[in-house]
Ligand binder design. Sequence first.
Ligand code: 7TS
Length: 406
Amino acid sequence: MNAVELRKQFPILNQQVNGNDLVYLDSAATSQKPLAVIEKVEDYYRRYNSNVHRGVHTLGTLATDGYEGARDKVRSFIGANSTEEIIFLRGTTTALNVIAQSYGAANVSEGDEIVLTPMEHHSNIIPWQQLAKATGATLKYIPLQEDGTIDLQDAEETITDKTKIVTMMHVSNVLGTINPIKEVAEIAHRHGAVMVVDGAQSAPHVKIDVQELNCDFFAFSGHKMLAPTGIGVLFGKKELLEKMEPVEFGGEMIDFVGLYESTWKELPWKFEGGTPIIAGAIGLGAAIDFLQEVGLENIEKHEHDLATYALEQLSEIDGISIYGPKHRAGVVTFNLDDVHPHDVATVLDADGIAVRAGHHCAQPLMKWLNVTATARASFYLYNTKEDVDRLVTGLVKTKEYFGDVF
Ligand code: 7TS
């Protein structure tokens, strides 16, 4: 894999920001888009923009084929058995809310337990808090080890016969921790609970096989994996989805509508009320083609190498605190002594380097780290060692700049 060649296919990366070549280190927030995806979406709007699943006209058929073809690409991308298990929604947040509101409301009641971890993104905490409030269930957290990983023995002790749902991020958007989903799913299943996986930070970066992970639900967002915003995926095992009620009602998702009663379409459409995200899904299909051509194994290795290099280089900087485990995905979160992360990000931006600063939608994790905010550099297939070098130079400059002030 040649990142220098690859990045040429991302028009946005070929520009100067504040007088410097752009270094984009914020792909965990959202990824950039290759020309192949941009052109695929443009082609849909130029040539066959039309609504799907209704009518026989030619453009409508092309749009339906594009939309449903993308569903099959997603199915194969995550190793699902059937397209009935692939539901197009707005993103990870929506998918997790649908699981909580549909599966959760029907299967969780007073005295039951929902198990999660303190490292979760807000999108994988609040839907469960709301469910717990509505049902009288209890939230339980598997504690974190000092390095920001979880211990399977703690998972064994936290998950009990009262547990109905275990939910966990696959990869942390802050620490880069890679969670042992398969092993935790085995514990959950032994107690009769279902395993929900927030795959927002794993699906773009590592090969996903939902059979191998043995999870019951898996949620991810297109925009973090080269596709447009507004498209995401909920995978669910067919036997669970079949029993679940939709959470949105209206056009597209119905079979028969009477004045007082209605029935729903079969899977997956019963969960896709209203005109679906057609251009987004077609864009996601093109993104999957692109990722598969590069090879997920190559992407994973490239990011792991970049993260290892970044950890080596950054740890040379005096007064830096780096959070998270040694073995990690392509995310490096840090603070510089006496400099607020927003100031770090502002000085880096002046050099054309984009990093994220803030709580990263993980306030409970910030509390655990005993900080209010951090700076974060996150990598993707288009980043290079030179990008890491620019980051290091930028941080040394930041320290000098603020050293003069204090
Ligand atoms: N789960 C994880 C692990 C995430 O990293 C994010 C977004 C979400 C869920 C929500 O995804 P959405 O597409 O529904 O918004 N994470 C980040 C981030 O780290 N910086 O900006 C968004």
